[in-house]
Write a protein that binds this ligand. Structure first.
Ligand SMILES: *Cc1c(COP(=O)(O)O)cnc(C)c1O
Length: 435
């Protein structure tokens, strides 16, 4: 055997606390505002759609928040996730860089999203919620929440963007397998959905429309709360198990990363890997480069404005201070469906503004080129979303080669692409275009 390339932790090392970067930001995060009064939202406004325990987490100033035993027990189905060194990918890139990745595709839903879905279902269960309403784009979030609701005995009602409902059947089937109810959005289930359908019976839908429908559903059904799979502080919080494990595993490997990468849709998997390292930047004066990678077709961090904006199309959510392309921005139909969001997590936006992290954008042809090279060297077929991080890592590895520097690069492989193979087919048959 040559050098070790796979670093695994025992079940006992599943983190027992989530890390809250809100406690360590050098400047406080601008609060969400009430759209009418423009005053900071009060917890009672939030508890209309979220259970109180999650609202407290959303606003918590505590640095460490305990992971309940019930949640750790379910995390143990796939956590701790492995850290691997991509030696064959390094070789193909002819780089002196060492490339490590944290693999979140080993969860039952195939991505990092169950890390927060399980936590949210648990806190809703103990708060007395019977039913959760949510939206999903290509189905990664809907399937993760369907799984989590099933494990805690909650009903799950999902509004799925209509084009995906029609053209991406497999995650819809996964949701059905786990017992969720799935509606194509816009749907006839809500007033907002019926209004959109009256304007255009063939409306393809969007994430913003689906969020509006799920929030309306929550307001109109008893014992129902709303659940969001990205963007919010408590979602970023739950994902920090990724970075905490990665810090331990990089120590096992005997290396410190020079640069850390994650793809960004709403920002949660990036936050999950990055925030524990951001903490070391703030408290231990470490000098990592930490890079969020987004699609050029939906470039909220690299081309958007940092301002207060709505999280949804119907303008029903509180105003969030974030990098945004505008709540009515319609992203082009790129294959990384999970990255087609007009805004960015306020916490990630704040970290970017403070210079704690940076941002890059990539076109999807370049993304798939890197994804296929990765699949052909390391075996795992990455989700098109995750492949954005791989494209940025490949560039950094080539720069290291050209500069003759040994660099240590770490990225989050947020999910596998086995339910996204039609996108690979499009690329492999030369039909993929940049928007
Ligand atoms: C949903 C998803 C993303 C994007 O969401 P973030 O909140 O930005 O992490 C990235 N990768 C995969 C595999 C996803 O399913």
């Amino acid at each position: 055997m040559s050098q070790p390339t796979r670093f695994t932790l025992p079940q006992a090392d599943i983190p027992s606390q989530w890390y809250n970067l809100l406690a360590d930001f050098p400047e406080p995060l601008p609060p969400p505002l009430h759209p009418g009064t423009k005053q900071p939202v009060t917890p009672d406004l939030m508890t209309a759609i979220f259970p109180e325990n999650l609202v407290m987490q959303e606003m918590s100033p505590e640095r460490w928040i305990e992971v309940p035993e019930e949640v750790r027990d379910i995390y143990a189905l796939w956590r701790p996730t492995p850290l691997l060194r991509a030696v064959r990918f390094e070789k193909a890139l002819q780089t002196p860089a060492h490339i490590y990745y944290k693999y979140e595709g080993a969860s039952p839903a195939g991505s990092h999203k169950p890390n927060t879905a399980v936590a949210q279902a648990y806190f809703n269960k103990v708060a007395g919620t019977k039913r959760l309403a949510t939206e999903t784009g290509a189905g990664q979030w809907g399937s993760s929440l369907a799984l989590a609701c099933r494990l805690f005995g909650l009903e799950c009602n999902v509004y799925m963007v209509r084009v995906s409902y029609q053209h991406k059947p497999y995650r819809r089937m996964l949701m059905h397998t786990w017992g969720a109810t799935v509606h194509p959005s816009p749907s006839d289930q809500t007033e907002f959905g019926r209004k959109m359908l009256a304007q255009d019976p063939n409306c393809p839908g969007s994430l913003g429309i689906a969020i509006s429908e799920a929030i309306e559903d929550t307001a109109k059904h008893p014992h129902t709360k709303y659940s969001l799979g990205s963007v919010l502080n408590h979602v970023c919080l739950h994902q920090t198990v990724i970075g905490q494990e990665a810090i331990q595993q990089m120590e096992m490997a005997g290396e410190e990363p020079d640069a850390i990468f994650g793809c960004c849709g709403g920002g949660s998997n990036f936050a999950g890997l990055a925030f524990p390292f951001v903490r070391k930047k703030i408290t231990e004066q470490k000098r990592y480069r930490i890079v969020g990678v987004e699609p050029s077709a939906c470039p909220s961090m690299t081309k958007g404005e940092l301002r207060y904006d709505f999280g949804d199309t119907a303008m029903t959510t509180p105003l969030l201070k974030m990098y945004t392309l505008g709540h009515d921005f319609m992203p082009p139909p790129i294959h990384a469906g999970g990255l087609r969001y007009h805004g960015m997590s306020p916490m990630v936006s704040h970290a970017l503004k403070l210079g704690l992290v940076e941002a890059q954008a990539y076109h999807q042809t370049k993304v798939f080129e890197s994804a296929v090279l990765f699949a052909r060297t390391e075996g795992i077929v990455p989700a098109p979303e995750s492949a954005h991080a791989i494209a940025a890592v490949a560039d950094a590895a080539i720069q290291a080669r050209e500069a003759g520097q040994k660099r240590v690069l770490l990225f989050n492989l947020s999910g596998h692409g086995l339910l996204d193979l039609s996108a690979y087919e499009t690329y492999l048959t030369g039909k993929l275009q940049d928007a």
